[in-house]
Design a binder for this molecule. Structure first.
Ligand code: 3H9
Length: 699
């Protein structure tokens, strides 16, 4: 587990090499083995100093996150932190120099081991990342990270890194002072050994009498300025929904006012409290494990050869089509971008020229790579250019006839080997598949806007879509670096349908006379990143109104009117406020200055005399999404895991809940049902929860 070797110079090398795991992780057994090795080195009179190294590609990837999902007592949870404290303090104060030889990723607890060494040398590998990303899992560093990093970098810089959980390239960490030296990979061990041999009296600065926090202590003018600002910014960003950033602030604030040993105990307490919070587990399950499994295509149909996409076609060079062309070209594919005229296709490509230039400007892309990327996109108005495409994605207007016409032409031109997809967000795939001779090779690929920033694609199965088509579609999504969820065909599929329930509820609140600012703020109190009125503006009221009208036409008697329909109609048809792009929606968007809620709202939607409390408004906005998502799972449109992933990546449902279905589990199905029935009694049957919720929650 931990190889122990002492060389002729008296330098012990403790090498992490956890059997049966792809990366080195820290759990009770591995940490105990590491502790034994540290003790042995300290006790061995022939050992002059110690190098901590790894035999795997990474250094140590942190605590074994799988263990965090288990139910444990406070004592058991604290034990890992306490043991790590004992070990790292022994390393720091045992009288022998310790040097970390960081050969690859050193993250979370792995980087905390390195911080517990007197010196850190890293191999110069561009892909290596180091840092403390715990906050992104809803946690805080529980093996000394908050205490050591703040004592090394000072309050401001350490809070920035701890609160963002940034994974730093080695060179950046070196500049920040977290890594002491960077060497060629083949020189790493020798450099570490040499440092140990040359520095027999190494000590951590915080173990010296008179140690001062760099830049100023908590009660210094700097501390007095940084903490209130950081607390206010955290509050503004999280609306009090995320316990981890708050706990990190407390750890640094309290920990820096005491000695390091007391600080480490404070950190352990906050760490354990976070880990016992059911929200943290829910977040870890969905964002760490389920998303990784989805990205690795764990549910891909078996027995279908992995598909390669060297040339693909996009129909329609509007915002979505151009975005899909860009992300595909970015992944190395040749893209035929087709529109009615060459000029329109060219304009679609041009949308991304600035994007590429910005990437070059930021040093994320070389000028040559940027030019090559754009060169891979071939604008055209000729269907014959689609010959030989492995995949064609239709991304024209939401007009059934138009879609059928272009899809048929494209399928004929591309040939029988091509997978044919539609990027519709609303029209059922089974109907669109009728346009082609091979409905088994037709599938929905629903991208989100802006394509290059949204990390997910909703794959929609038509009635006749075959497994090979699904497997190939998943391969494509993986190839462009995104996460797929798979859903069955239905009106609005999964994401558009549940997202619509949120924005329609926001508009219904407006119709009910609730203050617009209360609606927007309550959504954020509920954990949503953007209020329903603002996000409707961004999506476009007129688009939503068109969809509602189309559904009414399609469904006839079966169409279920929504109380928000009157709001949409008034805003779009009478008041001509179609949304953000026209700079007129629920908000005004003055050329100078920030957007603001349109003052005319209260004239057209008079305020009710009695305003509800924010909690009730938030509950309406959050519960309605969960009810709609449960209905989708009941109807077999989506499974609970994909529903959770889709809600977080697709429309920003709060990750701290673990997703829209997990949200119900966290509340408890009985409590949730009761609250929904109460809302249904007061605001309408749309809140009525499906029966037997428990059977819908299990992943
Ligand atoms: C922490 O450290 C808290 C401490 O402060 C508290 C101490 C008391 N645990 O991603 P990959 C698995 S919190 C369990 O495909 P790559 C992973 O699930 C932790 N499993 O490889 C996958 O399994 P499978 C803070 C882990 O090369 C396999 O290993 N640390 C862990 O693309 C291969 O992983 C982090 O947040 C883990 N910690 O990327 C870092 N790490 O084969 C988390 C990996 O069944 N890890 N696995 O699908 C990573 O970011 C990436 O794995 C890494 C390698 C960049 C290291």
């Amino acid at each position: 587990m931990i190889d122990y070797r002492v060389d002729a110079d008296g330098v012990a090398v403790l090498t992490w090499n956890i059997e049966g795991r792809p990366v080195n992780v820290m759990n009770e057994e591995t940490v105990a083995a590491f502790g034994d090795a540290v003790e042995r080195a300290l006790a061995d009179g022939t050992v002059k100093g110690v190098v901590v190294a790894s035999a795997k590609d990474d250094f140590v990837a942190g605590a074994d996150v799988e263990k965090f999902l288990e139910d444990r007592s406070l004592e058991e949870i604290i034990a890992l932190s306490v043991t790590m404290t004992r070990i790292t303090r022994a390393m720091e104060t045992g009288g022998k120099p310790f040097c970390a030889a960081i050969n690859g990723h050193a993250l979370g607890g792995g980087f905390e081991i390195a911080l517990g060494c007197h010196h850190r040398i890293a191999a110069d590998k561009p892909k290596t990342r180091v840092g403390l990303p715990e906050v992104t899992l809803g946690l805080l560093p529980g093996a000394g990270g908050t205490q050591r990093m703040s004592r090394m970098l000072g309050i401001q810089k350490s809070l920035e890194l701890l609160l963002e959980g940034r994974r730093l390239p080695v060179e950046v960490a070196h500049k920040a002072g977290l890594i002491d030296a960077v060497v060629e990979p083949e020189d790493l061990l020798a450099a570490a050994r040499k440092w140990v041999a040359d520095n027999p009296n190494a000590r951590q600065p915080w173990d010296d009498k008179g140690f001062r926090v760099p830049g100023g202590a908590v009660q210094s003018p700097v501390g007095q300025q940084v903490f209130p600002t950081a607390a206010a910014m955290t509050r503004a960003r999280t609306w009090g929904n995320h316990p981890a950033p708050q706990a990190i602030l407390s750890c640094v604030y309290e920990g820096l006012q005491v000695d390091i040993d007391t600080g480490l105990r404070i950190e352990a307490k906050y760490f354990a409290n976070l880990l016992r919070d059911p929200r943290t587990k829910a977040m870890i399950k969905t964002t760490f494990f389920d998303m990784a499994a989805a990205k690795k295509l764990k549910s891909r149909p078996q027995g279908v050869d992995k598909a390669k996409f060297s040339r693909i076609g996009i129909l329609g060079a509007g915002m979505m089509g151009a975005g899909i062309a860009y992300v595909s070209a970015r992944a190395g594919m040749d893209v035929v971008l087709l529109d009615e005229t060459r000029e329109k296709a060219q304009a679609g490509k041009a949308r991304y020229k600035a994007q590429v230039e910005a990437q070059i400007g930021k040093g994320r892309l070389s000028a040559d790579a940027g030019t090559a990327l754009l060169d891979r996109i071939e604008p055209t108005d000729t269907f014959a250019d689609l010959a030989g495409c492995d995949l064609v994605i239709e991304a024209v207007f939401e007009d059934r006839e138009l879609k059928a016409t272009v899809t048929r032409k494209a399928a004929d031109a591309a040939g029988t080997a091509a997978l044919i997809a539609s990027n519709t967000s609303t029209l059922p795939i089974t109907g669109l598949a009728q346009a082609v001779d091979r409905p088994e090779a037709f599938i929905g690929l629903h991208f989100f806007s802006p394509v290059e920033r949204m990390p997910m694609v909703e794959i929609i199965l038509g009635e006749k879509t075959g497994d090979p088509a699904l497997a190939r579609a998943m391969d494509y999504v993986q190839a462009i670096g995104m996460t797929p969820i798979v859903v069955r065909d239905s009106r609005g599929f999964f994401t558009s349908r549940v997202f619509a329930s949120y924005v329609l509820e926001g508009m219904t609140l407006l119709r009910d006379g609730v203050k617009p600012a209360l609606i927007e703020n309550a959504a954020k109190i509920g954990g949503m990143p953007v209020g329903p009125l603002e996000v409707t503006d961004a999506t476009s009221l007129s688009l939503l109104w068109d969809v509602r009208r189309q559904w009414k036409l399609d469904l006839g008697d079966k169409f279920e009117p929504h109380p928000a329909d009157t709001v949409l109609e008034l805003m779009v048809e009478t008041l001509d406020r179609p949304g953000r792009r026209a700079a007129r929606g629920f908000y005004d968007y003055p050329a100078e200055g920030p957007k603001r809620l349109w003052h005319g709202l209260t004239e057209h939607f008079p305020l009710a005399e009695a305003q509800p409390d924010a909690e009730t408004v938030a509950r309406r906005l959050m519960h309605i999404q969960a009810v709609e998502a449960l209905r989708c799972t009941r109807e077999g449109i989506v499974g609970p895991t994909d529903a959770n992933i889709g809600s977080i990546l697709g429309w920003g449902f709060p990750a701290i809940t673990g997703g829209v279905i997990s949200y119900v589990g966290l509340k408890g199905s009985d409590t949730f049902s009761e609250e929904c029935r109460d809302l249904a009694g007061r605001y309408g049957d749309r809140f009525l929860p499906p029966a037997d919720i428990d059977s819908l929650l299990a992943a």
